[in-house]
Design a protein around this ligand. Structure first.
Ligand SMILES: [Fe+2]
Length: 358
């Protein structure tokens, strides 16, 4: 068969299994459809990377010790400023729960496609649980990933009942996980507030309104093995529009951009990976960096990751908080004054690589 015929057959297979990359891979691909092949300047084989470096790691275990807390708060603010990403250990989440989480996510994606397709819907809609693919990137290319996402508590009974019944441990495990992650993000926000000399919940309050506070979304991501990992991406390079993201993964693959080089976040069975997003960058007038990131693929190995996205309320005003306005030349964030909803509409138009952004 000629290359053109092979590619046409691949693209037909892709259309048949458009809602699941896993289903496409399970059908036995040796090459990938053209929609997934990135331009050369975005392909992992042509972009500069450094696997000898790692992002900062911060131990939270002594966060309630008054003599240690200022040092930890400084470490968090420096990492947020320099990197926009850091790992945390000493977070108090048990190895048992971490293992259960990865297992239940794997079990979910291993369900028959028909079970997952009952949750099919657009990726931006989080009012009910949604299964499907990531939106096309701003270059029009597809990311090699299936995903499932929904809001996290507090939720009314009806919304909780809309969570999957299979695997049967899904609801309890995700409830426990998101409760623990809420505690960790509260700690990180309060450490940042300490270092910036703000009230403990000031940052969360800036991302809420009188009517509604910050929201959170649980996003489970599945990256199937990819026959051509050097030319595609699990998720195309992007920043997240949200306030903060907590990532836990079983196989390394997340890369972050630092000084023009891609840095692989090193494998670690204990660490949570925390990224600060656009909303925090804007509010803090650049004191927190919005971390650009992407996901590498493997030819023979799949990967799952569990993301909790801490998001501003849709009606919250996204602008530099008065506490971060300085007397120097105005920064690029100073003209910003729109609701988070309006920002998402702009962001989606300009850069639709966002994972889940509403
Ligand atoms: Fe992201």
């Amino acid at each position: 068969m000629t290359t053109t015929v092979i590619q046409r057959k691949l693209n037909e297979e892709y259309c048949r299994n458009a809602n699941s990359i896993k289903a496409m891979v399970d059908s036995g691909l040796t090459h990938i459809p053209s929609d997934f092949i990135l331009p050369q300047n975005m392909q992992p084989r042509f972009t500069k990377s450094d696997k000898s470096r790692d992002v900062p790691t911060i131990d939270l275990s002594l966060v309630n010790d008054e003599s240690e807390r200022p040092r930890i708060a400084t470490a968090v603010t420096e990492a947020a400023k320099e990197w926009g990403v850091f790992k945390v250990v000493g977070h108090g989440i048990s190895a048992t729960l971490r293992k259960k989480l990865i297992q239940v996510i794997r079990e979910f994606f291993d369900l028959p496609l028909s079970d997952k397709l009952q949750f099919l819907g657009p990726s931006g809609d989080t009012s009910t649980p949604r299964y499907g693919r990531t939106r096309r990137g701003k270059t029009g290319h597809q990311s090699w990933r299936d995903q499932f996402h929904h809001r996290t508590p507090p939720l009314d009974f009806e919304e909780l009942q809309s969570w999957p019944e299979k695997p049967e441990t899904y609801r309890d495990t995700i409830l426990e996980w998101t409760k623990e992650i809420q505690k960790v993000t509260d700690t990180v926000f309060s450490l940042l507030a300490d270092a910036y000399d703000l009230q403990p919940r000031r940052l969360q309050n800036l991302m809420g309104t009188a009517e509604s506070g910050m929201e959170a979304t649980m996003l489970a991501a599945y990256y199937p093995p990819c026959p051509q990992p050097d030319v595609a991406s699990g998720i195309v390079a992007h920043t997240d529009p949200v306030g903060m993201v907590v990532n836990f993964e079983d196989v390394p693959g997340l890369e972050v951009q630092k000084d023009g080089t891609w840095i692989l976040v090193a494998p670690d069975p204990e660490s949570l990976i925390i990224l600060t997003g656009d909303a925090m960058e804007i509010i803090t007038n650049g004191r927190c960096k919005s971390c650009e990131h992407r996901v590498l693929l493997k030819e023979k190995q799949d990967r799952v990751s569990a993301l909790v996205l801490m998001k501003p309320s849709l009606e919250a005003k996204l602008c530099v908080a008065p506490e971060f306005i300085t007397s120097g030349p105005p920064s690029r964030f100073m003209g910003m004054n729109m609701t988070y909803r309006e920002y998402l509409q702009t962001f989606r138009r300009k850069c639709s690589d966002a994972t889940v952004d509403s």
